[in-house]
Design a protein around this ligand. Structure first.
Ligand code: ADP
Ligand code: MG
Length: 273
């Protein structure tokens, strides 16, 4: 879209158009919505506080940048397609003592993503693998990184569909270019031979190019049962584990533990009654 020609009225030239109207137009053209919304209020504040012009402008610029950053972050979170948003604020490390808390906190700084390293979170169902992956994904979005969240089954489905519709190249490119790709639940459903080849290509393209986080309920020696071929599994693990942080997540299911706790409390309160 080309910009509308600017009416070259200046603040000094006499004009019939009030400056407020011109300003709103200029802000719109320059894509400064926060300036447009806030400038009158901030100018009143600054007049009251006897703040000079540069500082007035500075306040507006800061507000614009804060708003823009928030919008961008919200956009990244939307594009990541998290099934729900979770953070470590609601994560109880005491419930899973085997998990290396200091490593998780270090990983929340997202330097591993810049270094194009990988994470594999391993453990049975209900141990907080998805929760941790979501929290790390959210942290990456907050740090300005692009993220895509998917499950292994959905990814295979998407790859097969793209292949049938002859848009595999575009999808593979998208999957290669995102800064952090999270593949949840590898191991619940076996891949078809073609699906496994397509998944391998995803890992291959991302190798030393982008960070990947995989969660799985299966130990490595059982990954062949999901991917079908020993050769392919070996090559995939080779790439994935070259620069990797392993999160061991074993113990009692959090869901099970909390529902047991709840039952115990119910029994206690009933015996008091
Ligand atoms: P997994 O992916 O390992 O099967 P989830 O991350 O889906 O497990 O966890 C199951 C449920 O229990 C989720 O609602 C999650 O938020 C919660 N949960 C699991 N572990 C914890 C924990 N240590 N602290 C708080 N909530 C947890
Ligand atoms: Mg899960």
């Amino acid at each position: 879209m080309t910009d509308a020609p600017v009416e070259m009225t200046t603040a000094h030239a006499p004009t019939a158009v009030p400056p407020q109207v011109l300003l709103v137009n200029h802000f719109k053209a320059l894509k400064l919505p926060t300036f447009a919304r806030e400038y009158e209020k901030v100018s009143a504040d600054c007049a009251r506080e006897d703040v000079d012009y540069p500082r007035y402008l500075l306040r507006l610029c800061e507000l614009e940048r804060i708003d823009r950053e928030r919008h961008n972050m919200e956009r990244r979170i939307r594009l990541a397609k998290f099934p729900v948003t979770k953070s470590l604020d609601t994560f109880d490390f005491a419930a899973i003592p085997v998990l290396n808390k200091s490593l998780v906190l270090e990983l929340m700084r997202c330097e591993w993503i810049d270094k194009r390293e990988n994470i594999i979170a391993l453990g049975p169902s209900g141990l907080g693998k998805t929760h941790t992956a979501l929290a790390l994904g959210l942290a990456a979005c907050q740090k300005g990184m692009s993220v895509a969240f998917t499950t292994a089954a959905a990814l295979m489905h998407e790859l097969m569909e793209a292949r049938d519709e002859k848009r595999l190249r575009t999808l593979q490119k998208q999957l290669a270019n995102v800064k952090l790709l999270i593949i949840d639940e590898l191991g619940y459903l076996p891949f078809t031979a073609i699906g496994a080849e397509l998944l391998f290509e995803v890992f291959s393209r991302r190798y030393e190019h982008g960070a990947t986080l995989v969660t799985s309920n299966l130990p490595f020696d059982q990954w062949t049962s999901v991917l079908g071929s020993e050769r392919l599994t070996g090559a995939l693990l080779d790439r994935l584990t070259h620069h990797v942080h392993i999160l061991e997540m074993n113990g009692e299911s959090y869901r099970l533990a909390t529902s047991k706790k709840r039952q115990k409390q119910n029994v206690k309160s009933k015996s008091i009654e």
